[in-house]
Design a protein around this ligand. Sequence first.
Ligand code: LLP
Length: 421
Amino acid sequence: QHCFTKSEDGFLYCEGLKVQDVMDVVERRPFYLYSKPQITRNVEAYKDALEGLNSIIGYAIKANNNLKILEHLRKLGCGAVLVSGNELKLALHAGFDPTKCIFNGNGKLLEDLVLAAQEGVFVNVDSEFDLENIVSAARIAGKKVNVLLRINPDVDPQVHPYVATGNKNSKFGIRNEKLQWFLDAVKAHPNELKLVGAHCHLGSTITKVDIFRDAAVLMVNYIDQIRAQGFQIDFLNIGGGLGIDYHHTGAVLPTPRDLIDTVRELVLSRNLNLIIEPGRSLIANTCCLVNRVTGVKTNGTKNFVVIDGSMAELIRPSLYDAYQHIELVSSPPSDAEVSTFDVVGPVCESADFLGKDRTLATPSMGAGLVVHDAGAYCMSMASTYNLKMRPPEYWVEDDGSVSKIRHAETFEDHLRFFKDL
Ligand code: LLP
């Protein structure tokens, strides 16, 4: 069951609510519209898949940092993966259990590591200098830090180079030839560091589970080597990265169960606790960016649908040439001509497009047009370029009503940065 469905008469619904009806009542456009029940279903799919394993679902907050969504994920039992001090603070604010939180990153700052040490979150070691900073943070906080080594397994995730992280030229993680240096460094700091596990993250939008399996085999070998040196390590963290069906072609993509099943036996054979760090596969398909058509134009040989949303609200197509499915919220009149359009925003950049060469019935001015799968890396990557203020967010509740879950950013918010200067 998926939250967004099209009725036979051509209306887009979110959990039984006509998106057109929501557009008629919200105060600002464009806006993000989520389904809370879909978020729940996505978490339940992971929980079901993880049955029989000791595990932590560390939701990657970077994918979407809406506080209401975080609180909901926390209530469903998720932990959190953090990549900045502010993400750490937000996770604590949202009430996440620090012992289910993992602080990750190649440039963690000392002050943020001190907070992580004080709160008792897991910290992934990324480099030599990172290890030194974690040792300093432990001393300042007066607490021993539970660390995992982020090992770069050098596996090709077969994704866009911008979202590949576990290959040999990546800026993330420790190269395996350096492993011994890190083990010795941990041994040299028994009062500051407790090595509890190994971590890897291969990349994002991965659609073949064999890639996770290959990495897990390598990681378990590293864990064997580490244990052979007397370390009692219990955690294997295989990161996030599971892709979703952005193309809506009905292609069968691996599910959370497929992902977990491919590593289950390995994890059990070594009596490990499994940490996973999903972002996209928990939240992307729970949301649409809802836009309104400003007008339709033709230049040369190209047709354009101009909408009020843009690369400022949703940058993935501009940044990664990413495909996100686009459709109208209601069918236009049957005599509307079907053409190929670039769907573009009003921002002064030729890179400002939400979709290229999309076949659509020519929409009328004011028609609703959605960009699907906008729950991950869309609002969290939104900017105020061209002073397009960040849009509001709404979700459909379990009872089918709509609630606002984030206010629209306003022009006054912008002026505030210059007050009393
Ligand atoms: N863990 C680590 C260490 C990560 O670096 C990431 C994502 C995740 C977990 C979550 O991965 P996910 O399950 O969401 O694929 N902005 C890009 C995606 C960047 C992902 C960065 N790391 C996009 O819009 O596609």
